[in-house]
Design a protein around this ligand. Structure first.
Ligand code: FAD
Length: 604
């Protein structure tokens, strides 16, 4: 029987063990470097308060995965209602956005702004849209983009929307069509088969009674009963390779290092570390490629609050640019048993960060103070109600798909794939933006390849788009099956410099300004002689009637004329702005072409 070494006790590693055991193959052991299982899907505990690294919903379209969850936890897996809203400008908005709710929450003036900017975007779309902001603006208008898309996207990815490719917006937002959203709001999800459910609109999900970690703690314990141990606090630091086979791993725990031999190896550790741990080392170019893989990191500030009932949501998206906080979890609403004292609540404040940046390096005390201040500023808690808190930092929470990652992965796979007895599974194990279900599926297939003589291709496990987004089954995906992440666009730099060098006019603003000016002038010019009683027949003012329908030198005429003047002025102002912008754009393009021409003649 093959002796299987499994690296990592997260969802992928433990699922590999689960499937091996199910197939009767118990010559296996799991090595987990932390003292807690579940990886990113763990549940941490602080003074009896339980919390996730982000909220972890259990939702999948993969029946096999659903069966495993049921097998592991049975009745401990609860079905929970979902409520998540967007918080902007002291107002809650439904998430996913519902048109009437959004407009109602924004108020009359802001709604008018949104409406006008939407109409403007329809009339004058940005041609050749290349960036996230351009894509969204073209479909929803600039104002709606600023309110509901810009701040949150930039918080999560740390990249300006002007530097994120339009293709990501297209993939992320395309199916949130208004008709579907309105229909779901009115009729619920009835009549749809499971595969057709739009995942943004899912109204309930499965969740373990004691948080996601309960799933993985129970899995580890049941595996131990079946003869597959999980060695906690034990890090794999080296993989010994002889030609195209791994023969052993070196693990380090509190007692030092030891060598563990195996005949099959399943790795869910980040590829970057895996390659760096190879002995003898991988070729130089492979090491360089692995070192270039990037990640977005994450930290949660937990606030313990003396208030039993803060808000009904599972989580809230924070769109306010005034705070750095991206999302707030209310763990009690995920499962009441996440808090030990009914009279209190525990919030998880999520900050999207990079290891080493100012937030990451801030002391826990300062982070709790910052979180308290931001929540109080938003009006979500009273600062004096917060009586305790803690911080959990999670490096490598998101594998980043930058412009080079596919080429990098190709290089890495070119070297790793020929290693006969090594299989890469999971999220960072494959550098894929997998949720638990697809992380688990890769592990199930890896186990079957070993215990069942299967020939599953782990890299082609279909990777689905984010469940927070909107996806229907059977949709076309990228050629690699990858879920996309925002990519920074480098080639736009010169175009941007040229574009930013010229002032551009906002047609809406210029239209409103000119319209108001002409309307007011028309009214005043007529009102003054009328008020002074110096109106004479045939005065030059009456010739305005030729240009302004309804105008005459009388009080009603002044009102009608100024209205007509406002409309005419608006159209004139907008047209003027568009003409100037078109000319400027044309001039900029000509300049760019000249630049490119010069560059072609003199490449470096
Ligand atoms: C904010 C956030 C929210 C999310 N929400 C959801 C959600 O709602 N639903 C959902 O299904 N998924 C969600 N996910 C995704 C989910 O967390 C991952 O899909 C899942 O945890 C991946 O499992 P994994 O085993 O591949 O990797 P990990 O969870 O990263 O586990 C890998 C394990 O390997 C261990 N390890 C690493 N290196 C070594 C080594 N050298 N030696 C020994 N052990 C090692 C690590 O300590 C870790 O325990 C979310 C992720 C994030 C960041």
């Amino acid at each position: 029987m093959e002796h299987v070494v499994i690296i990592g006790g997260g969802p992928a590693g433990l699922t590999a063990g689960w499937e091996l055991a199910r197939l009767g193959h118990t010559a296996a052991q799991v090595f987990e470097k932390d003292h807690i299982v579940g990886g990113i899907a763990r549940t941490d505990v602080y003074k009896g308060y339980r919390f996730d690294i982000g909220g972890h919903r259990f939702f999948t379209k993969v029946t096999l995965v659903e069966e495993i969850w049921e097998e592991i936890l049975g009745s401990q897996l609860l079905t929970r209602p979902r409520l998540s809203r967007i918080f902007y400008n002291s107002t809650f908005f439904d998430y996913p956005l519902k048109p009437l709710n959004a407009l109602g929450g924004l108020g009359l003036v802001e709604s008018a702004r949104v409406g006008l900017s939407f109409l403007y975007a329809q009339a004058f779309p940005i041609r050749n849209e290349q960036t996230f902001d351009e894509w969204v603006t073209n479909r929803f208008g600039r104002r709606l983009f600023e309110i509901f898309f810009e701040t949150y996207t930039e918080k999560v990815w740390g990249i300006p929307c002007t530097e994120i490719g339009a293709d990501w917006a297209a993939q992320r937002i395309k199916n949130l069509d208004l008709v579907q959203a309105v229909k779901a709001a009115l009729l619920g999800q009835r009549g749809q088969t499971k595969g057709e459910v739009i995942t943004t609109l899912i109204e309930q999900f499965k969740y373990p009674r004691l948080g996601p970690g309960q799933m993985w703690e129970s899995c580890r314990d049941q595996l131990a009963d079946k003869g597959i141990p999980t060695h906690m606090g034990t890090e794999v630091v080296r993989l010994e390779r002889v030609e195209q086979r791994i023969v052993a791993v070196v693990v380090r725990d509190q007692d030092g290092e030891r060598r563990v031999e195996g005949t099959e190896f399943i790795s869910s550790m980040p590829i970057r570390q895996l390659v760096a741990a190879m002995d003898p080392p991988a070729p130089e170019e492979v090491q360089v490629a692995a070192a270039s893989l990037k990640y977005r990191d994450f930290l949660t500030v937990v606030l313990i609050v003396k208030n039993p009932d803060l808000f009904p949501d599972n989580w809230i998206y924070i769109h306010s640019p005034a705070v750095r906080l991206g999302r707030v979890q209310n763990f009690k609403n995920w499962s009441p048993e996440m808090v030990p004292d009914e009279g209190t609540s525990a919030l998880g404040l999520e900050y999207f960060v990079n290891v080493g940046d100012d937030l990451w390096s801030m002391s826990d005390e300062d982070l709790v103070a910052l979180g308290t201040k931001e929540c109080a500023l938003l009006g979500l808690v009273q600062a004096e109600e917060v009586f305790d808190g803690c911080v959990v930092r999670m490096p490598k929470a998101y594998p980043v798909y930058d412009m080079d990652y596919q080429a990098t992965l190709a290089t890495l796979r070119g070297w790793l794939d020929p290693i006969e007895n090594l299989q890469l599974v999971g999220r960072n194990g494959q550098h894929r933006y997998n949720n638990q279900d697809h992380s688990m599926l890769t592990a199930v297939y890896a186990a079957r390849n070993i215990a069942d003589g299967g020939s599953y291709e782990l890299w082609s496990v279909n990777v689905e788009e984010e469940y927070h987004e909107e996806v229907r089954d059977g949709e076309a995906r990228g050629a690699t099956g990858d879920r996309m992440l925002p990519q920074r666009i480098d080639g736009l730099e010169a175009a941007r410099v040229v574009r930013d060098a010229y002032a551009r006019f906002d047609p809406l603003a210029l239209g409103v300004a000119v319209g108001l000016l002409i309307g007011a002038l028309t009214f005043l010019l007529t009102a003054v002689p009328l008020a002074r009683g110096i109106v004479v027949e045939g005065m030059i003012l009456s010739s305005l009637a030729a240009y302004l329908p309804g105008y005459e030198v009388s009080w009603p005429g002044a009102v009608f004329g100024s209205l007509a003047g406002s409309v005419g002025g608006f159209l004139f102002g907008s047209a003027l702005a568009v003409s100037i912008n078109t000319f400027v754009k044309w001039h900029g393009l000509a300049l760019l072409r000249r630049l490119e021409h010069a560059k072609a003649l003199d490449p470096e």
